[in-house]
Design a protein around this ligand. Sequence first.
Ligand SMILES: [Fe+2]
Length: 405
Amino acid sequence: MSNIGQDSIASATPTAVEPQGSNGYVNEYHDFVFSGKVADAARDPAYEYTDLLPTYPKINWEPLKLQEDLPEPGRQVQFGQSTRKGALLNRSGVKYTPMSPTLGLEVTNVDLRDLTILEKNELGRMIAEHGVVVFRGQPHFTVHDQANLVSHFGPFYKHPSSGIPSADLAHIRVLYQGPNVRVPPAAMSYAKQWHLDSAFEINPPGIVSMQLLRAPESGGDTVFTSGYDVYDYLSKGYQQYLEPLKAEHRPGYLDLMKMTLHQRRPITANIHPVVCVHPVTGWKSTFVDKLTTRSVVGLPLDESDMLIEYLGTLAMQSINSQIRVRWDTETVAFWDNRCVFHSATFNYWPEQRHTALISATANRPMSVEEARKMGIEPKSRGEDMMEKMGYKDFKVIDMTNGRDT
Ligand SMILES: [Fe+2]
């Protein structure tokens, strides 16, 4: 990928964001982490992942610079109208089930440790098309296997302040909660919990992988919704209005509450398109959440707030395409941060939940105009699928004015 929107790059010079931590909850969280209770919570001699508990080493990294021409392995393969093809899903014994008609695919009877290059490329396309791909039955898949697989999709994205096992494993984000800490339900912003990961970076993460080293008996699910669908929920006129717009992203409170521990890298604000085109599928997705999207460039503040509120709410409420991943310690999930919003759930106290996340850095989010310059014809996912499936002459029921009279 090259020469993506030089004009927008110029307008997106990273701005340093000062650490904050005035919120009482933020400070409580930090007190907990600083006090070493994270380690105490898992000081169980039988606990096998003590070496993967979160730490905050005092290491410092250079600010990120724009990365271009990152690999997009999913572009190496084409499935035609369906991703239910290819070598990986046609392996003997493999089973796969859509988790919803437009978002999520669950796959069983594959050992993720032995994928061929072709199958890894196929996985890249599956994640881009389905948004979320969940592999069950991976009892032997270690964080190092996870890193090895994710490295196929691009350079590791390293979070500037999240917990990491150690300085030399800084590509692994680890989160841990157990009986010694209970997130007060009233302290959470349920709207802002829906988010894109690290959209404040100049190159936000693309493919994100996650597994749980210790899982609660119930609770702690991750909920996803499709940005492709959110775009498709909009009227044509509104889609066209949004497409040239760009918005500024700043770290959200979920990032800020980690920032005051130790920032390994200056955290920045960056500007990205409101509607992004996925480089593998060519499908358009909204790229606006309520966590990091702070303002739409060039709009009056009230209009900007209204737009972010509307698109953020639409993502939260898009029940046609939401899926929920229930975790166990043999599940590995991948999602595409360029076209999927997600939310954690914090309802599992006092049980333990220990998470390992590894992400690949992606090319900078691409606007509709930038995609066309790259030779990609941007499309609505829904319209593209209908076209590929051969649906042309069917009646569209217009419920645009669907109010009770
Ligand atoms: Fe996240």
